[in-house]
Write a protein that binds this ligand. Sequence first.
Ligand SMILES: NC(=O)c1ccc[n+]([C@@H]2O[C@H](COP(=O)([O-])OP(=O)(O)OC[C@H]3O[C@@H](n4cnc5c(N)ncnc54)[C@H](O)[C@@H]3O)[C@@H](O)[C@H]2O)c1
Length: 464
Amino acid sequence: MKIKNICCIGAGYVGGPTMAVIAQKCPEIKVTVVDINEKRIAAWNDDDVNNIPIYEPGLSEIVGEARGRNLFFSTNVDEAIDQADMIFISVNTPTKTYGIGKGMAADLKFIELCARQIARVSKNDKIVVEKSTLPVRTAEALKNILDNTGNGVNYQILSNPEFLAEGTAVQDLLNPDRVLIGGDIASEKGKEAVQALVDVYATWIPQKNILTTNVWSSELSKLTANAFLAQRVSSINAMSQLCEVTGADVDEVARAVGKDSRIGPKFLQSSVGFGGSCFQKDILNLVYISKSFGLNEVADYWEQVIIMNNHQKRRFAGKIVKTLYNTVAGKRIAILGWAFKKDTNDTRESAAIYVTDYLLNEQADIVVYDPKVRKEQIYADLEYLGTHSLEEIKERVTIVSSALDASKDAHAVAVLTEWDEFKKLDWETVYKGMLKPAFLFDGRRILESKTKVGIGFEFYAIGS
Ligand SMILES: NC(=O)c1ccc[n+]([C@@H]2O[C@H](COP(=O)([O-])OP(=O)(O)OC[C@H]3O[C@@H](n4cnc5c(N)ncnc54)[C@H](O)[C@@H]3O)[C@@H](O)[C@H]2O)c1
């Protein structure tokens, strides 16, 4: 079975880049990305490809090449579903904020709405692909809805979790370590559907990197991968605290440990804590699933990864307050970086939000600079926490358009995103413009301590 027409529901950080790459690599397949968010679709269709809503290195060029040829962005969800033979569901699956499982379970209402819409619209057989990260056995619920509310159409459900990392999404999609496809491999129809998706990816990815398995293993593998990655960050962050009190240096420890081929060097960078829309939500989801099966020890084990991460953010903010003579009230603190990591404009669960909120509780005046994040987003992120009113936030938080502006007359500068431009900043000029003593807090360990101390800064890096 050859796929000719793909629809992707959800034009976000996963749906947009993933479909752009499929469209670029498979010009014979028509790919339509749909979303109910009209503003987002309008931005994907902006004449200037530099204005697409998601910043990822290399993405604008790919969209520029494929858009209008075989890549389309639309709000007409029904039409795209109707025409497609394969439908990716790539909508958000946030942590539930209400009812049973509040604060832990994945909120599957958007997924269910998609399933009901597919069931209502479809007139011919479809392959439905779970691209969103989902609790294990969600495919069962999807199939139930599709089979019981549909028009007698046959559906095959595949799980094809996305492993891309924001900031390197395009590279990750072009050269993935692996693509994982789960399907009903016990049946002929299921095998056919899996093969159809394998054939799409095999256009540019070597067959040996395309893994096929059953649906449950595929769904659980994604949660497991994120849990393991986050666990490494929390593990090295736990050691960072121990380094600080013993005189060890966390980078040296990471270097020594990472040389062990059983451990490996990646994801051993200590920081103010991981952010992003996925790690926390997916681990909470894992904790919730474990608890619901009565596996309390398993749940507690993974929950500790989150507890450590929250502690690291609080600890960093606390260090700022303590170092500034136990009060930051009325003091100007520059926050450099708002995105949860470099090379993305995504701010979801960014450490900067929580550190700033903590400092606002201490009545600090905050000045923020980030090269890619819009002002409104920063205010929305702070307001979303519900700790401070928008009015209060706007009064105390100023957003500026350069790191030098942010640090002017500041008591302290805190680096919270590892943007390359902060490494290359003219730190002498930053120092000159600040109040003295000038405090510099490196939450990402991107700055060399010796040169900063040489300039005159009171310098603190996590883990030293
Ligand atoms: N962001 C990542 O790095 C990443 C990586 C791997 C997997 N994931 C997973 O992929 C999924 C999507 O993540 P994202 O970051 O792209 O989310 P996102 O919030 O950026 O995008 C989701 C989009 O879906 C749209 N949407 C929701 N309901 C819809 C509906 N019924 N019809 C049409 N559109 C609808 C929303 O308007 C939104 O634009 C999540 O499950 C996430 O866990 C994300």
